[in-house]
Design a protein around this ligand. Structure first.
Ligand SMILES: Nc1ncnc2c1ncn2[C@@H]1O[C@H](COP(=O)(O)OP(=O)(O)O)[C@@H](O)[C@H]1O
Ligand SMILES: [Mg+2]
Length: 388
């Protein structure tokens, strides 16, 4: 079974360098490895000092690199799915014929490409070098959202579609597809469900966060961690990059050392359960395979570097005396900013601008929420039996 490692973090913190160092090390250790960039501002070519591009290139023994071009993928590999989407949203085609205006679509197709490559079985390890965190988060939550929309619009299969057509059109301004396109839509739907499952499969995929000991980055990393948990991704590694070496002891750096120490401590406290790797600030840029090998050799020495490392479960159900309890591990979520809504078979959780629908297992269909409390960074939602 292959492995997918997703590297994310704020812009400029060192995602590409650290992702690439992992890829180089994996290939050196004998794994067939692909380093794939989904960041529109690609720089794998600069990192390896050779053109990479959307067709990909072999950059070392057993190591390929690829800079995804979502527009190109949409036109080529996913042409049918694009047609399906155009079929549903004809207005899009007329407006410059581009889908990229729908937020998240490019990221979605980048991820579908990752899935396609994963399924080809060509690689033991796929290292994904992502766009900066904001974009990555929308990217990671997209499969779930997309499936949700698909389910709302097309829940009943082809026959019911005919019946729904007159109702749906005026409400949503969405053209319902004809029979042929329906296959493509069903296919797209299926792909989205599988993508969501693949990225959340804790035997295959995990997310590694790259940070720097710096105020803004620390704040963003903490929130990022909470959202990754909220959306059910396994976050199994934090990299604190650009730590000033102790030798940098000129008076100017003394204050910086202190500041960095403070932020490193804050990160360590916040990511208590997650394995942390410290990376020093080098006195040169990290370009070229030799620099990446040096980085890997000096900092990526831990055992099980490429495994999915088991960290506290983010979402668990427990049986209680008079019902069930759903425990959501939400580090850094403030009690006051959490909003909880109860649907028929779902719980809707809002934290700031983020929203998540947690589909409840069918065993809870005869239960209702009768309380919730935040304890030890975990939101405990209680369900009690209410009968038919
Ligand atoms: N630990 C480090 N020491 C010195 N330079 C670094 C370090 N980490 C990253 N860099 C440099 O910082 C720049 C940004 O790194 P990069 O990996 O491209 O960040 P990102 O992908 O997060 O935007 C690059 O020029 C890289 O060589
Ligand atoms: Mg980058």
């Amino acid at each position: 079974m292959g492995r997918i490692m997703i590297f994310t973090g704020k812009g400029g913190v060192g995602k590409s360098s650290i992702a690439a160092a992992h890829a180089v090390k994996a290939a050196d250790e004998g794994m067939r490895t692909l380093l794939i960039s989904t960041d529109m501002a690609h720089n794998l070519g600069d990192l390896f000092l050779q053109p990479v591009g959307r067709e990909g290139a072999a950059v070392a023994e057993r190591l390929d690199a690829l800079e995804i071009d979502p527009e190109y993928e949409m036109e080529h590999d996913f042409h049918h799915m694009m047609e399906a989407i155009y079929e549903m949203l004809p207005a899009i085609r007329s407006q410059e014929g581009s889908l990229s205006m729908i937020p998240g679509v490019e990221e979605l197709f980048s991820l579908l490409k990752v899935k396609q490559i994963y399924e080809s079985g060509k690689y033991d390890l796929i290292v994904v070098d992502c766009a900066p965190t904001g974009e990555t988060l929308s990217l990671l939550k997209f499969p779930e959202l997309a499936s949700w929309y698909m389910e709302k619009f097309f829940p009943l299969g082809k026959v019911a579609m005919k019946v729904m057509r007159p109702i749906v059109r005026p409400l949503f301004q969405i053209q319902l597809p004809n029979g042929k396109a329906m296959n493509d839509i069903e296919n797209l739907y299926q792909q989205l469900i599988e993508l969501d499952q693949l990225l959340k499969n804790r035997n295959i995929s995990s997310v590694r966060l790259v940070a720097m000991p710096e105020k803004m980055v620390v704040e963003e990393s903490k929130r990022n961690y909470m959202y990754l948990n909220l959306y059910h991704f396994q976050m199994d590694g934090l990299y604190i990059n650009r730590i000033l070496p102790q030798e940098a002891d000129a008076a100017f750096f003394t204050r910086w050392h202190q500041l960095q120490e403070g932020y490193i401590k804050e990160l360590e406290e916040a990511f208590g359960n997650v394995p942390i790797c410290r990376i020093p600030w080098y006195d040169t840029d990290l370009n070229g395979i030799d620099a990446l090998r040096k980085l890997a050799g000096e900092t990526l020495q831990e055992d099980h570097l490429f495994d999915v490392r088991k960290v506290v479960d983010a979402e668990t159900y427990k049986k209680t005396e008079n019902g069930y309890e759903l425990c959501l591990y939400l580090p850094f979520a403030e009690k006051d900013e959490i909003e909880l809504h109860e649907g028929t078979m779902e719980v809707i959780l809002k934290i700031g601008n983020f929203k998540r629908d947690i589909m409840l297992p069918s065993v809870l269909s005869k239960y209702r929420i009768n309380g919730a409390e935040m304890k030890d960074q975990t939101l405990h939602i209680h369900f009690e039996f209410v009968g038919q």
